[in-house]
Design a protein around this ligand. Structure first.
Ligand code: C2E
Ligand code: MG
Ligand code: MG
Length: 771
């Protein structure tokens, strides 16, 4: 038979462990245990151990006269004639005893002369001798059986209660302060000895750290034989009772073994003299444990929780000992249990949740941890991407990730600051300082220098390249901001900047970029993207010797879109390869006939710096050359100088491979980056293209003229030719000619145009003054 219900029950998901569950279960169980006194035997064992550790002697103000084995052996009974009790009274009082208590009710008559003799002795000592009494439920009736002395003794003695209880597990005993017997409140022997009063029926626990075997003792037989030490009774209270183990009136005390009941009165009396024992039960300890448990569960960090656990443990060990000294009795074990369970389970939960929030190798917190970081709402999120992370890691035979990331985090920690770094692979995130954008960029540039200089990992010097993305849109959800910071870092990498800030303002821009990119492929297929050609003139011959291919996008609804905008977007969104090769191939196909009819004509095509980082670039260019049949020797590729060519192995190899194909290289936008003489020497370029920023004001600005002039000189010294772009007037053109610039490009000469326009321009007389 199939049991569908059982199957269902098995499939039920286990409830997740929460802090509330960790608290509630032990609390409820321990509360029940406290109310039911369920831990009593263990509690008594614990108390017994504490008493044993604190063992101390009796104060010797009370002595015991014991009916011991020898006495019983001598009289052959413990019920010897009471005339001997008369003798004990005479001897003890004769030696200076203060009061005498009999731990016996004398409820049965023995030999009549003896009883009479005792009565006479008692009458002589009226007010100084006390006899035990007790009452208990009688079988089969509501009335209580009262133990009290036979009638002839009764008028001469005070009655004192012997009432007490052995604990259920026989590991301790309690005594009454007083009892109500026949409507009369009767003090207990111990209360009377101690000189204190107490409510009837109220129990207290004698301090069993007082060692009963240190109570001064003498055998009845020795007293009768006058063998008791001379000063034994002087100034003392005396308790007379059975001490022989054979009589059965015994209580078991941990650390003391079986103790005759008579000692309970003596130990009890000393306890009451020293303090006022109270029993507070188990609830205060459980309440304290609950409070400590809450504190442990709510601790923010593991260190805090550990400190609290240690403090709770120490407190719970010290408190019982301290309270014992104050005669405050309490039950501790449910509290211990609660604390122990909560400590263990909260540690396990913390371990689990910390593992969830940590990177296994570096032990740095991960993005889940950053998502839960409340402080993120008040700080910019910085993402630092290590651009050459994969390359660096792959260059080591052993795992280097942990060392690398740990070292970087160490370097990024400025003196006196405690920044938390969150790691996801080759990206480190942290909460940046709240600064103005320019200050933040300077701050990050400083950090980049710290990282990029002299980094030595596993004995090897490394060159790290990093980019920073920052998100400052504080009102957005943290998870979203983490993505935005990373996107900004990627954009910084694509634009060859060190830092990109992602503020709320550029959200619209990125939404626009995204929608634009989704249309890019369609636009290429629909022919909305086409190529314009801007002629380049030789300044010696004044003839057109080439043209720069410039991409154009005529969007059906948005109109003409600036190539600067969509080229950058394509770089940031990984669409640059398709776009670049589309333009390259279109241009080569279109320019091929021009090259054929105009020997020496060069086609210049812009090459995105992002592509320069792809190891597949040379092969792809070879493919395009083969596909179009264009001669490599007639092609110039323009690359911007912002990319750190010389520091990037892949870029350097690509440049030399391209150059070896016979393609010429031109450094575009020269002057805007940070190229040095060394840089020019190391890059295998044939041409330097001075950015139009320096050309526009050439006539009016002495410093621009100085820069352009010295660049031309320098380039010529290195055997490179120079082209100036952005020439908008004849004065500039003539000035450039005068300072020996080789080539010229600009609106004054010719604007970018369609290929057929270029072709007819070439076929007309192809002279500069025709423009
Ligand atoms: P660039 O490579 O520095 O191109 C020169 C830019 O200067 C072109 O702008 C050109 O139209 C403009 N220009 C030429 N003469 C003058 C002038 O006399 N005055 C002024 N004010 N401007 C002049 P365009 O076509 O808007 O292209 C802008 C940038 O877009 C280019 O700068 C280049 O970085 C990028 N770009 C254009 N086409 C492509 C392409 O096919 N691939 C890649 N990767 N980038 C491209
Ligand atoms: Mg260019
Ligand atoms: Mg340029």
């Amino acid at each position: 038979m199939i049991w569908p219900f059982r199957k269902k029950a098995k499939l039920k998901a286990k409830k997740p462990v929460t802090r509330l569950r960790i608290f509630m279960w032990p609390f409820v169980l321990c509360l029940i245990a406290t109310l039911l006194n369920a831990a009593l035997p263990l509690e008594e064992l614990f108390r017994g151990v504490r008493d044993y550790m604190h063992a101390r002697p009796a104060d010797r103000s009370i002595v015991v006269v014991g009916i011991d084995d020898r006495t019983i052996k001598h009289f052959k009974t413990s019920y010897y004639s009471r005339k001997y009790n008369s003798q004990i009274l005479d001897i003890a009082f004769g030696s200076g005893a203060k009061r005498i208590y009999f731990d016996d009710s004398f409820r049965l008559p023995l030999d009549e002369p003896g009883d009479r003799d005792f009565a006479a002795a008692l009458s002589r000592r009226s007010g100084k001798v006390f006899v035990g009494t007790n009452h208990f439920d009688s079988l089969g009736s509501d009335a209580k059986t009262v133990l009290e002395p036979i009638e002839i003794l009764r008028p001469h003695v005070g009655l004192r209660s012997m009432g007490g209880f052995k604990s259920p597990f026989q590991m301790s005993a309690q005594l009454v302060h007083a009892e109500e017997i026949r409507g009369q409140e009767v003090l207990s022997i111990s209360s009377d000895l101690a000189g204190v009063s107490g409510k009837a029926g109220e129990l207290y626990r004698p301090d069993w750290s007082i060692q009963s075997n240190s109570v001064p003792f003498v055998s009845v037989l020795d007293v009768l034989d006058r063998k008791a030490p001379a000063d034994f009774f002087a100034g003392k209270d005396v308790v007379v009772g059975v001490t022989s183990q054979s009589e059965g009136d015994l209580i078991q005390i941990i650390g003391q073994g079986w103790v005759p009941g008579v000692y309970a009165h003596v130990v009890g009396a000393q306890t009451l003299k020293e303090g006022d024992p109270i029993d507070v039960g188990g609830l205060p300890a459980l309440a304290l444990a609950a409070l400590l448990s809450i504190a442990i569960l709510r601790a923010r960090t593991r260190q805090q929780a550990n400190r609290l656990m240690l403090a709770s443990g120490v407190a719970f060990l010290a408190i019982p000992f301290a309270l014992d000294r104050l005669f405050i009795d309490s039950l501790y074990l449910p509290g211990y249990c609660m604390l122990a369970v909560v400590s263990i389970r909260s540690s396990a939960l913390r371990e689990l949740s910390e593992a969830r929030l940590r990177n296994a190798g570096t032990l740095l917190p991960n993005l889940s941890a950053l998502r839960e970081e409340l402080a993120a709402a008040n700080h910019p999120i910085v993402a630092m991407r290590i651009k050459n992370y994969a390359a660096v890691c792959a260059s080591f035979p052993d795992s280097v990730e942990t060392d690398l990331i740990t070292e970087l985090a160490r370097r990024l920690t400025l003196p006196g600051q405690t920044t938390t770094f969150y790691q996801a692979e080759g990206v480190l995130y942290w909460l940046g300082p709240t600064l103005k954008s320019t200050e933040l960029e300077e701050h990050l540039a400083g950090l980049a220098q710290l990282i990029e200089s002299h980094l030595i990992i596993q004995g090897r010097k490394l060159d790290m390249h990093v980019v920073f993305g920052v998100d400052t849109a504080l009102t957005r959800p943290v998870a979203n901001r983490i993505g935005r910071a990373l996107l900004a870092a990627d954009q910084a990498a694509a634009k060859h900047q060190l830092v990109q800030l992602n503020t709320s303002e550029n959200d619209e821009e990125s939404a626009w970029e995204l929608s634009l990119m989704s249309e890019l492929d369609e636009a290429i297929d629909a022919g909305d993207i086409w190529v314009a050609y801007q002629p380049q003139f030789d300044l010696k011959s004044d003839r057109i010797v080439g043209a720069e291919a410039l991409v154009r996008w005529l969007h059906p609804t948005r109109g003409a879109i600036s190539p600067e905008a969509f080229v950058l977007a394509a770089e940031a969104h990984n669409r640059i390869t398709r776009l670049s090769f589309y333009v390259l191939e279109q241009a080569m196909l279109a320019a091929k006939p021009l090259v054929a009819s105009n020997p020496g004509f060069r086609l210049s095509v812009n090459l995105s710096a992002v592509l320069l980082e792809s190891p597949r670039l040379p092969a792809m260019i070879v493919d395009s050359l083969t596909k179009t049949g264009f001669a490599a020797a007639s092609l110039t590729l323009e690359v911007t100088e912002s990319a750190p060519f010389s520091e990037h192995a892949v870029v350097a190899r690509n440049l030399s491979d391209i150059s070896e194909l016979g393609i010429e290289l031109s450094i575009d936008d020269y002057g805007t980056g940070n190229a040095t003489l060394d840089y020019l020497r190391s890059v295998p370029c044939h041409e330097i293209k001075i950015d139009r920023r320096f050309v526009t004001n050439l006539v009016s600005s002495a410093s621009d003229l100085l820069l352009v002039e010295s660049t031309i000189e320098l380039a010529h010294g290195l055997g490179r030719r120079v082209i100036a772009e952005g020439i908008e007037d004849p004065e500039t053109l003539e000035l450039l000619r005068a300072i020996r610039c080789d080539l010229a490009q600009g609106y004054y000469l010719a604007k970018p145009m369609r290929i057929d326009a270029l072709e007819s321009l070439l076929n007309s007389n192809n002279r500069l003054h025709a423009a």
